[in-house]
Design a protein around this ligand. Structure first.
Ligand SMILES: [Zn+2]
Length: 437
């Protein structure tokens, strides 16, 4: 087996150019989300390549899922290669969508330019470089003629950047991320070649509305300003809740360390008249719409509350509602509503899960050092695999630096991709052998 492994690693080294070319091909398909451009072309590029290698390939459009429409169909691809004999299935899942390029690029964001040992472009690091590394890893196993039991799957899924409901969420609802079909999942997100991400903090998104009474803006005392009520609530969030959250530390190894506490972001505030842009000409005369004087009867804010494994979702909600109730009891005229938008619990794959062990051993073998174990401040598709797939044998491991994700001049290091492909290949071989190995 030792000899086989060495030959396999050498083979992956030899596929360096092929790995770069596949990354470039993927990056040159601008799968920008929103709106979800060119998903099908990207899914088919992966699917047809793997079909030629003998994989059974399925294209699954998430009809009826959020975001799916004929102009922008949410097409996912799942490819499966059966091994010889009974064993377990390891699944490599990558999201094919990328965020918009935004300003500030010095390279063509969809050019796949190679320079100084890096491939540049939107999605190189997050996470088409990781997808390409997983494909090359598995193809190298096949090329080397290494027999494995169980099965290996590779999927390209959509919409991770917008919640993953039409991607991993949809496939999970169909059983694609559950036993007995799948036993281990590796998500090649850009966490770094020597880091294994075990899970993420929880999230609760909610919209809070304060209510008031409309009146003429010249006589605000005749109305009741919902914006003033909101200001009182926001003040409490900052003064009362903020210090509490900063003191609430988690034992999970969240990276960066600043995120090893509970956090709250006020995502948006909207109150009063609909948003307009007002302008005057050089004489001071209005050139467009003008506001009319009203006291605001409604103000809404969207809260993005990230919570730690040591908290419960009920406590997180109860804390906010408790503050609103306190205002209702003490502040004349205060009234509110809460609409929950989304929630996911914190996830943490056990350190002794086979997928963690296999990835750690492979990192030690390929890089000659022990991995570090981390947790993510934000959620990613693991949330669907845990909640809907009911499976917590899942890690995120892949090439690239998380800090570069969504930035201008995003890139992935070519040596990182080669190294992570080696790690993924060795981990897959260990995992397909199952518990008996
Ligand atoms: Zn990503």
């Amino acid at each position: 087996m030792t000899l086989d492994k060495d030959a396999l690693l050498t083979r992956i080294d030899a596929k360096r150019d092929e790995l770069v070319a596949l990354t470039q091909d993927l990056v040159r398909i601008p799968t920008v989300n929103p709106p979800g451009d060119a998903y099908e072309a990207c899914a088919r590029l992966l699917g047809e390549r793997l079909r030629k290698r003998g994989f059974a390939v399925e294209y699954l459009r998430a009809e009826g899922a959020p975001g799916d429409k004929d102009s922008h169909p949410r097409v996912n691809v799942v490819a499966r290669m059966e091994g010889q004999g009974s064993g377990e299935c390891v699944h490599f899942n990558g999201h094919i969508d990328v965020v918009e390029p935004g300003p500030g690029w010095t390279h063509d964001p969809f050019g796949g330019v190679v320079q100084d040992g890096r491939v540049y472009g939107r999605g190189t690091c997050d996470m088409k470089g990781g997808i390409a590394a997983s494909v090359i890893a598995v193809e190298s196993i096949l090329d080397a003629g290494i027999r494995f039991p169980g099965a290996i799957e590779i999927s390209g899924t959509v919409d991770e950047e917008s919640g993953g409901y039409a991607g991993v969420g949809y496939l999970a609802s169909l059983g694609y991320f559950s036993r007995p079909r799948v036993h281990h999942v590796i998500i090649p997100e850009p966490l770094g070649v020597d880091r294994i991400c075990l899970g993420h903090r929880g999230v609760w998104w909610a919209e809070v509305e304060t209510r008031g009474r409309i009146a003429h803006g010249s006589m605000p005392f005749l109305g009741d300003s919902a914006i003033n009520h909101m200001a009182a609530f926001l003040h409490l969030l900052e003064d009362q809740l903020g210090p509490k959250l900063r003191d609430r530390r988690t034992a999970q190894p969240v990276e960066p360390p600043g995120a090893r506490v509970s956090t709250l972001n006020i995502n948006s505030v909207h109150g009063g008249q609909v948003e307009q842009t007002y302008s005057v000409d050089d004489q001071g005369r209005p050139t467009g719409d003008l506001p009319s004087p009203v006291v605001s009867h409604s103000c809404r804010t969207v809260l993005d509350r990230r919570f730690i494994a040591e908290e419960t979702l009920e406590a997180v909600k109860g804390e906010i509602v408790g503050m609103l109730d306190e205002l209702k009891a003490t502040r004349p005229g205060f009234d509110y509503g809460v609409r929950e938008i989304m929630s996911f619990l914190p996830t943490a794959t056990p350190r002794d899960a086979p997928v963690v062990d296999a990835t750690a051993r492979a990192i030690a073998r390929v890089l000659g050092r022990e991995p570090s174990y981390i947790s993510s401040p934000g959620t990613y598709d693991q949330k669907h695999i845990v909640r809907t797939g009911k499976m917590n044998h899942c890690v995120a491991y892949g090439p690239g630096l998380l800090d570069l994700a969504h930035q201008p001049d995003e890139y992935v290091g070519i040596q990182d991709m080669v190294d992570s492909a080696k790690v993924m290949a060795l981990a897959a071989l260990q995992l397909t052998r199952g518990q008996a190995a």
